[in-house]
Design a protein. Sequence first.
Length: 395
Amino acid sequence: MSTTTNAATPDHRPLLAVPDGDLEDLRARLRATRWAASWPVEPWSVEPWQAGTDGAELRRLVALWADGYDWRRHEREINALPSRSADLDGTRVNHLRFDAEREGALPLVLTNGWPSTACELVKLARRLSTPSRYGGRAEDAFTVVVPSLPGFPLSAAGHPGPGGALPTHELWHRLMHDELGFERYGAHGSDLGAGITGRLAQAHPESVVGIHLLAADSTPREDDGHLTGEERAFLDDVSAWAAEEGAYAHQQSTRPLTLAQGLSDSPSGLLAWILEKHRAWSDCGGDVSSRFSDDYLLTQASLYWFTGTISTSFRPYYERGHGLVSTLERVEVPTALALFPADLGAPPPGSWVQRRYHLTRYTPMPRGGHFAAHEEPGLLADDITAFFRPAEQAR
């Protein structure tokens, strides 16, 4: 019997209600954009995207955002998602729940990274919860929960502080175990979500049957001992990538509020920041439109703009940069790592991952990047299913 609830349910809570005035304010700001001065061609020239977001592409998208993009249609689609809300000791956690198309399915909690939103995981969640709709088997279905990261778009609360509210991984456990009643569950995460997922498994191995990650902790530790040549090359590659591409992370972890003011006041600036990451970190071959539609990019930017969350989305970077996040010591639950070739930096060798996780599956993917749940939901769903199938069969 199907128990799918991939549409509104009796306790469904619409996530968005943007006032007309806010929509008109956005359009007015976009039409009045003060454009950065172009750099002269001589005596040297800079190729498009070489020094940052391409001005011509940004102008095109800003014009579309102001006078061609239908926000209300996307708002309705987001509000039709199966959203719920839970009160966890005074912290409200908004989440999407996609019930499996069969009874007794293993629950999974999915966590996105930056600069993404929970909406990026919808295509993946639907494939995992109703695989028969995508050519798969109903017996492989999972019940999927997608919480909104605190301080990110669609969240009900600001980012929890290190000395106050529960850290995010503890909120996730409270949601899955205490609120939703899942004694045992699996977890998947990418980017920031991979760190949260790792800490979740480290803290609650009695409940987490396994974790599926798109990124592994790459922080060197004193107890790493003698590194292999492959591991030293990996750390060198991490350093080289940080020097070339990591300015965003350095700014967001050192002086995030300075940047946040500009991006919170200028929608064109916000779009430029988000657009650059989607082009640089995806498997698009330099053509961002080959992986992301205009509507998708503008919806992501709109979500950050209307919820005013670009500032609070930076806070995890600051907390990690200042030692305010618990460190990952050792994850003992079974761990899978799927590596998409266009994701950030060089892929870690299996021996490095084994230092920090009980690695049981290591999958180099043929294509895809940082936004794999949107770029390659089929590949990702298949890998998650293959990893968790033994845990499902053992229940």
